[in-house]
Design a protein around this ligand. Sequence first.
Ligand code: NAP
Length: 512
Amino acid sequence: MSAEGPTAAGTSQDRGREDERPDQDPALHQVPTDLFIGGSWVPAGSGERFDVADPATGRTLARVADAGPQDGMRALEAAAEAQAELAASSPRQRADWLNAAYQAVMDRADELALVMTLEMGKPLAEAKGEVTYAAEFLRHFAGEALRIEGGYQRSPAGDGRFLLMRQPVGPALLITPWNFPMAMGTRKIGPAIAAGCTSVIKPAQQTPLSMLALVDILAEVGVPAGAVNAVTTTHAGAVMEPMIRSGLARKLSFTGSTKVGKALLEQAAERVMRTSMELGGNAPFIVFEDADLDDAVAGAMAAKMRNMGEACTAANRIYVHESVAEAFGEKLSAQMAARTVGPGTREGVTVGPLIDEAARDKVRDLVQDAVDRGAQVLTGGEVPDGEGWFYPPTVLTGVSPDARMGSEEIFGPVAPLTPFSTEAEVVRLANDTPFGLVSYVYTRDLDRSLRMAEALETGMVGLNQGVVSNPAAPFGGVKESGLGREGGAVGIEEFLEMKYVGIAGPRPAQEG
Ligand code: NAP
């Protein structure tokens, strides 16, 4: 983060820095804890703050400004005021801001990763991976800012011309979850700035620090006052709803649970806002009998254990052909059991704590439910004693399709294995869910690969790979997993409106 002393965003005093961090970790010490409105760090109007805790220990890391509805509206007004100026800025200028932010995030990747690990729990190496992934969205959309295309064509009758232009949608509300506290932000802020949309971002209350650090960097590299505003709060509904209903915001981009996403869609309908929804998943991971089993196990480890299983893309149901189910279960269990559980800051740890007590209890209950319905525990399955919200890597075999974890996101390091016998059967099982974010298929048969990719009702398919996330690819779901795409060449479209100008003529030249 920035060195002590004045910065584009203000001095260390006016960001609520010194006395709001019981923990004196130098990385935390540099993170702002106030709201960022109209280019200034300001406390909440009420003066209220809330604690951000380390899920590995429960200790308080920082006390962050707790915005109320009026603070939210002030932030939105600042965004609306800055909209015309940002829209008028040149694409090259917006690309330069994003590239500078990319570089600044990369330069500070170690500090930012530590902040992320402390507030969210993931091991440091994974946090660093997320910081890099987050930065890549800034770099990717710096490029996209320069490629906003229009069009010119003759009308079908030949007597007129169509001019097509893309313009920024307008001020955007961006709401992000706790599981990827920085990347889910840059996946929205990047295209918003690239398109020329100002924004108010509201990070999850459990992980606001990564976002505040990022916003600090954006201010530092010269993103104009009001172009990006940040509001932290423990009253998400009360703060966001008036903003959504105000008519001042023209775009709502949300990443989080399907339940909250549905409520927000209803609110956004009042003003017919443009919406993007990245919602929950229930990913099937399918291993056919001809798969390279070691590759499939490595893929399952990635798809299951990234972020301790707290990912919308996490393999939630693992279907293995009955002829290789036992061998796959043994190999997977050996790798799961070899993982080291502990605080993400500790060297050698590969599985950090879950986000909070409720999350840990939910995982425990889902495992119990599966066992009650006949599943066997191959490894893990016991909540460890001691502080922190840890759950061990767990493999269950013989999981009944009607176990609760077949229809609910586990969001924990639990791999449920279910055998299948035919391709038709596994397609039916995989699609038997209201969700449709991602699916994974392991097979070496090209025909079957293509049949599966076409038959699976998901927005993304990982073919012989356990991770699909890539800033240059369109990320998103179908069915109740969401609307719209983030990343790729289309990610910027979510923040652009197409305008058509109908032009009469041209009339023939009058000679002489
Ligand atoms: P969540 O409870 O829906 O919260 C997500 C965000 O919405 C948080 O910032 C939250 O604030 C805010 N929020 C909650 N209630 C709100 C309301 N009434 N009005 C406005 N905002 C509200 O989800 P989560 O538990 O943080 O995240 C996990 C979920 O996100 C999972 O379902 C996961 O699959 C999904 N997810 C999806 C993707 C994707 O790209 N498809 C990526 C990551 C995660 P508070 O923190 O204050 O509650």
